[in-house]
Design a binder for this molecule. Sequence first.
Ligand code: TRP
Length: 453
Amino acid sequence: MENQKDRGSFSKIGFILAAAGSSIGLGNLWKFPYLTGQNGGGVFVVIYLIIIATIGFTCMLGEMAIGKYTKLNPIGAYKKIASKWKFVGVLGILVPFMIVTYYNIIGGWVLKYIVESVMGHLPGIAGDSENFFTSYVSSGGAPIFFTLLFVIINAIIIQAGVSSGIERASKVLMPTLFALLIVIAIRSVTLPGAGAGLEFYLKPDFSKLTLGTVTAALGQCFFSLSLGMGAMITYGSYLPDSSNIEKDSIVVPLLDTCAALLAGFAILPAVFAFGFEPSAGPGLIFITLPAVFDSMPLGSLWAVIFFILVLFAAITSSVSLIENPTSWLIDSYDMDRKKATWLVCFIAFLIAIPEALSMGIWSGITFPPMAMNFFDEVSYIAESILMPAAGFFMCIVIGHVWGMDNFEKAVTNNGEFPFKSKGFVSVMIKYIAPFAILCIWLNSSGILGLFMK
Ligand code: TRP
């Protein structure tokens, strides 16, 4: 396939690192701790782990198989394996694009915190971290500037191409991030008063279990593992046939989950130790961490290093979000990589502007159908509605259209590898995963609510 050459390809370890790099990002470091805080603590963690091990693993394997088999971007891939279901691939271009618009904003917040820590402002922020965060994100101009900066950094990295840009960065930075998370978690857990946070985090209180908890956990599973929108199809498309994706689809979620759990240990005990609100929402890590760093010797230095690593984790993820629409432009419109990258980044930035403003001066303006502000609306539609929908259709396509035999051939490379989880995966992908996703989807889309009235 000449086409494949132009698209570049991964080495085996490079693939794991890049796939882990895509999945480990703001979803783990920023989102997982605050969702845990908002959804009852330990009970959310338990539900999340169950969903990762079942639906997460299955969908990960499914996406990698489609990518590896077709060697195409999501739209091309679905066209090839099930031509009537091309629209699932369309979701795989549209949804990452929607996500990248606001992912860039959060990436911009991280840049802002790097700058503040470098300038030695951390102790001041730590004393008033809630106010600092709230007034910053609602301030309009500065968050938009830092969003732009983050977008430009991404575009520069991604236009360098797949193996040189993404692979090289992942190799060094991911392990360093883990090491630093461990250090911060140790500090957080040993703070006076951390015990209540540990209990909140680790002791599930099943009386707090609601349908909302499960919806949030499922959405987070897809978001954190980069599933349901073809990111892993795209990465899988760069894989040599001889790679064992059954193993990869265990290793990648495992690494991703370790990162999320560690982030929980770094944040939640400290939230209780400092008396913050666990349900504070998206600002949770930005409010909590300055206080944690301030309680460490050489706090500003730790803060700079940590936020830089978060930045890299965010970049390896946003690069994968941008990669989808970009590789589609390259494949379908013969655009060159540079042009495609800048085009995607530029449009994403334009959309980020009203999103950023919707946290400040435009916060009162809401949109149908969810009647949320622009930022919340885009993220809810992408994560809670479109992503699970894509996951649902993927299971149906693999299980019932493309068929288990083809799927098995792709996984085993025509019999070269064993497919140990075949029985489990086949029941999951044909019946259990789509059914579970459908139920949760009906709830999050509000359709279930119409019938329950
Ligand atoms: N998984 C990333 C995170 O946790 C976000 C992300 C990157 C993503 N690429 C994706 C989510 C593709 C869905 C699909 O931060």
